[in-house]
Design a protein around this ligand. Structure first.
Ligand code: FE2
Length: 192
């Protein structure tokens, strides 16, 4: 039996046997969270792990697939939940499928062309289809780590630059213990 294409992942640890885990700590996420004052205050005390990704890249080229196992820790920066930086694919036509493994999360999708936002549930036994030309960010709204798999074309690539200049237009924040989608500008004005 050919086992070259077999990998084993741990759905709770968010790891893949034999593959490195790339960690993203708070200090690496400047400009990502809306409440910059709380971001700075938190960082002055500690530099918590926000999320990690283990990427499996067995084959390259057109028609091939890659996958990643992500893990987002529970927590918030102010009212905003711990989440990924978010990205577009360098090859904009590339779609992606996310499958929830453990925990309770959301995906924030933003159409690059229209600016329209969508929030979809990402949890156990759910799969979220991220269409082409769509920025995507994953958010942990639970009290335990959120883990998931993302499967995408090998040539998709990651483009973080476009979102570094202009963050997602909407924020997902905790209000009365529940996630609420708000316009970023409105949320920022309310805080100042
Ligand atoms: Fe992606």
């Amino acid at each position: 039996m050919n086992t070259d294409f077999l990998t084993r992942f741990d759905p709770l640890a968010g790891t893949v046997v034999g593959y490195p885990v790339v960690e993203r700590r708070l200090s690496q996420l400047a400009g990502v969270f809306a409440d910059t004052a709380v971001y700075r205050q938190t960082l002055a005390q500690s530099d918590p792990l926000i999320y990690s990704v283990a990427s499996v890249t067995l084959a390259e080229g057109d028609g091939q697939l890659h996958y990643g196992v992500g893990k987002i820790m529970p927590g918030r920066i102010g009212q905003e939940y711990f989440m990924t930086r978010g990205h577009l694919h360098e090859w904009r036509e590339a779609a992606e499928i996310y499958i929830g493994l453990s925990g309770s999360g959301l995906m924030l999708l933003e159409d690059e062309k229209t600016g329209e936002s969508k929030v979809l549930e990402l949890g156990v036994n759910t799969a979220v289809y991220v269409p082409a030309f769509t920025a995507h960010r994953t958010i942990n709204i639970g009290d335990t780590p959120l883990t998931y798999i993302g499967i995408y074309p090998a040539r998709a690539g990651h483009d973080y630059g476009a979102l570094a200049e202009q963050n997602f237009r909407q924020v997902v924040i905790a209000q009365d213990g529940k996630p609420v989608l708000l316009d970023r500008q409105t949320f920022r004005l309310d805080q100042s």
